[in-house]
Ligand binder design. Structure first.
Ligand code: FES
Length: 168
């Protein structure tokens, strides 16, 4: 897996469907946030090139639409991985080797924090605390917590992940 700065170009957007969604929501009261969520649910992200059209249909400025997207951390204008891997960089994890775990995760995935793998399988994030400090150092893949990580366990985890990926 490796980083790809051009993920956006690899995701095909059904423009007709996108326009239908904008038209459908534009008749509603307070449509912007529900529309953005709907677009993201359907396409995995909000294509930046759709912002002027959304703004026009909702009688807003593009900067207002962009401002709302920027405000909500859960709205994205770039494709995300099918899975989100969050590595804890909180104090409890840090003192138990979290920094090494993060470094190894970056190596395995070939990406940095905030990036998505070329195959759109993973997005890597770090978090201040996962809330399972007793299991430090820890990481989460979607909703699944993996605690007491060490290089060996991490290697096994990526092996399992790779096997799951191949079987799907
Ligand atoms: S500091 Fe890592 S889980 Fe709390």
């Amino acid at each position: 897996m490796s980083n790809n700065e051009n993920n956006k170009r690899e995701v095909e957007i059904d423009q007709e469907r996108l326009r239908d969604l904008v038209a459908e929501y534009s008749t509603q009261r307070w449509p912007l946030i529900p529309l953005l969520h709907k677009i993201q649910d359907e396409f995995g992200f909000i294509p930046p090139e759709s912002i002027p059209h959304i703004a026009h249909e909702l009688k807003l400025y593009p900067s207002e639409v962009q401002g709302v997207i920027s405000f909500y951390a859960q709205l994205y204008t770039e494709p995300r991985g099918r899975k989100t891997m969050r590595v804890c960089r909180g104090t409890a994890c840090h003192v138990r080797g979290g920094k090494t775990i993060l470094k190894l995760v970056k190596q395995y995935l070939g990406i940095d924090e905030g990036e998505t793998t070329e195959d759109l399988e993973y997005t890597l994030e770090t978090v201040a605390c996962i809330g399972v400090c007793a299991l430090a150092p820890s990481l989460v893949i979607d909703q699944h917590v993996h605690g007491k990580m060490n290089p060996k366990k991490l290697e096994q985890l990526f092996k399992q992940e790779g096997e799951q990926h191949e079987s799907t």
